[in-house]
Design a protein around this ligand. Structure first.
Ligand code: ZN
Length: 261
């Protein structure tokens, strides 16, 4: 009995990941965030697979760029996104909301609504795999385009962060190496981040992926998940001496600093 769909990362564009999903018991195929159609069509052809579902995490062009072409090739496909993204996600057939069950083959998953990067940003969870789009990355988080630091903090800590520690995180961009360099800038004595950066730099020099991460890895190495650490708070005081040290305020200062890092 499988608890999680089979997941294959497909690199797209410069540093995006689309994720191909397969349900072993039904043979159904889905894809999370097809940035571009061609890399997916090639893999589907090679494997002799069709495509039944697109699951979009948010409406940005580099996550939905393949929707229209894939819909042309597979006309009966269902396309999921947050209900508020209707009109912003091409070809959307299903609007979902926080906590809603999303069935993929034999797997009953669910959706977490995590606004901040965009107002309709969502994470899909099936078994112990979570697809976070541009909200939570390995070592970092997305920019805040449609929301407040408070929204993003709440999405990361009170929504995604409540998933079990062993949950695998499949994120939208290969930013891990740069993110960990930032992590060590604000928390230089974090030994787990030091070790991970070494591993990640090796993987990248060999052209390998750093996806997936896990919830526990993020709490150990991602400064945006570690806003109550003294060393990070000290760094925030240097960056913005007037900032209060509430978790949301620390998060805001880190996020603004990262925008220029
Ligand atoms: Zn985005």
């Amino acid at each position: 009995m499988h608890v999680t769909p089979e997941v294959t990362p497909i690199p797209c564009l410069k540093d995006n990941y689309a994720y191909l999903l397969r349900c072993p018991s039904t043979g159904l195929i889905g894809v999370v965030d097809p940035s571009a159609a061609q890399p997916l069509i090639k893999v589907l052809r090679d494997k002799g697979w069709g495509l039944d579902y697109i699951f979009n995490t948010h409406h940005h062009w580099d996550h939905i760029g393949g929707n229209e072409e894939l819909k042309k090739q597979f006309p009966s496909i269902r396309i999921f996104g947050h209900q508020s993204d209707q009109g912003r996600i091409p070809g959307q057939t299903d609007g979902v909301q926080d906590g809603q069950v999303v069935r993929f083959g034999a797997f009953d998953g669910f959706v977490i609504h995590n606004p901040g990067h965009t107002s309709g940003a969502i994470t899909y969870v099936w078994g112990n795999a979570a697809f976070t789009g541009d909200t939570l990355f390995a070592g970092g988080c997305g920019r805040i385009f449609e929301g407040s630091p408070q929204d993003m903090y709440f999405s990361l800590h009170q929504k995604i962060g409540l998933l079990p520690p062993e949950t695998r995180l499949y994120f939208g961009h290969e930013y891990t190496e740069k993110n960990l360099q930032f992590s060590l800038d604000v928390e230089p004595t974090n030994h787990k981040a030091q070790e991970l950066l070494k591993e990640v730099s090796k993987l990248r020099s060999e052209g390998k992926f750093t996806t997936p991460s896990t919830i526990s890895q993020e709490f150990a190495t991602n400064p945006f998940m570690r806003t109550t650490e003294l060393e990070i708070q000290k760094r925030v005081c240097e960056l913005e001496p007037d900032a209060d040290l509430s978790p949301v305020s620390v998060f805001r200062v880190l996020r603004e600093y990262k925008n220029q890092f």
